[in-house]
Design a protein around this ligand. Structure first.
Ligand code: MN3
Length: 229
C-alpha cells in the first residue's frame, strides 16, 4: 500500500467528511498500520540549514525534543478518547482551549507550520499579490514588519505572533498565548513566529528581539504567498 494514500485517507476520515489536510501537513498523520495516530512531520530543510541564525542545536531541541514531545503526548491522549479518528485540525477545533489535548494538538500544528515559515533561502520581502495585500492592510511593508516585530517581542510569556487572514479577507497581526492558534476558529494563518523561550534560549539567551531579527532573515515568504486567498 502507498503510505501517501493512507496518510491522506487518515486525514480525510471524519464524521463531517470535511477535513482536508493543508499541503504542509501531508504526511503528518500516521499510516493505518501504525498504532500511533500521529507522526512527527519531516522538516522542510536539513537540521543545520538555518545556522547560524538558528543553530543546529536549537533545531535539535526545538524540533527533535519539543515538537517531538507534543506528538508523543498527543499519541497518548487520542486513543480511546472522543478525538480518535479525527485529523489534527479537527482536534484543535473540537478541543477546549488550554486542555492537554488542545495544547498538544495545537502545538503540533503550530510547529509544523512554523518550520514551513522558515527557509535557509528566506528573508527579503514578499512579492506580488502578498506584497500588495500587506501594503493595503498595513500601509507599507515597513509598518507591517514593525507591528509584527512589536507583537512578537512584547507578547508576555509563551506564545506565537501570527499574520492571519480572516474570513472577510482582511489581514491582521495577532499575538496569542501558549498554544493558541487562528485555526481554532477557522481562520487562515499566513505566517507565524514562535516566541516561546525554547525557540531562542540556546542561540540568544533572553534576547527575544535578536531572535525576531533572525526570523526576518529566514522568513519563507512562499508559505504566506501560497496560502493567501
Ligand atoms: Mn516552539
Amino acid at each position: 500500500m502507498n503510505p501517501a494514500n493512507l496518510s491522506r485517507r487518515t486525514l480525510l476520515t471524519s464524521a463531517a467528511g470535511l477535513a482536508v489536510a493543508p499541503w504542509f501537513l501531508r504526511g503528518a498523520s500516521a499510516s493505518a498500520a501504525s498504532k500511533e495516530p500521529f507522526t512527527l512531520p519531516k522538516l522542510p530543510w536539513p537540521e543545520d540549514a538555518l545556522a547560524p541564525l538558528m543553530s543546529h542545536e536549537t533545531i535539535q531541541y526545538h524540533y527533535g525534543k519539543h515538537h517531538a514531545a507534543y506528538v508523543a503526548n498527543l499519541n497518548k491522549l487520542v486513543p480511546a478518547s472522543e478525538f480518535e479518528g479525527l485529523s489534527l485540525e479537527q482536534i484543535v477545533r473540537k478541543a477546549k482551549l488550554d486542555t492537554p489535548i488542545f495544547n498538544n494538538a495545537a502545538q503540533v500544528w503550530n510547529h509544523t507550520f512554523f518550520w514551513h515559515c522558515l527557509s535557509p533561502k528566506g528573508g527579503g520581502r514578499p512579492e506580488g499579490k502578498l506584497a500588495k495585500a500587506i501594503d493595503e492592510n498595513f500601509g507599507s511593508f515597513a509598518k507591517f514588519q514593525e507591528q509584527f516585530t512589536d507583537t512578537a517581542v512584547k507578547l508576555f510569556g509563551s506564545g506565537w505572533a501570527w499574520l492571519v487572514q480572516g474570513q472577510d479577507g482582511r489581514l491582521t497581526i495577532e499575538g496569542m498565548p501558549n498554544a493558541h492558534t487562528p485555526i481554532k476558529d477557522g481562520r487562515t494563518p499566513l505566517l507565524t513566529c514562535d516566541v516561546w523561550e525554547h525557540a531562542y534560549y540556546i542561540d540568544y539567551r533572553n534576547a527575544r528581539p535578536k531572535f525576531v531579527e533572525a526570523f526576518w532573515k529566514l522568513v519563507n515568504w512562499r508559505t504566506p504567498a501560497d496560502r493567501l486567498a
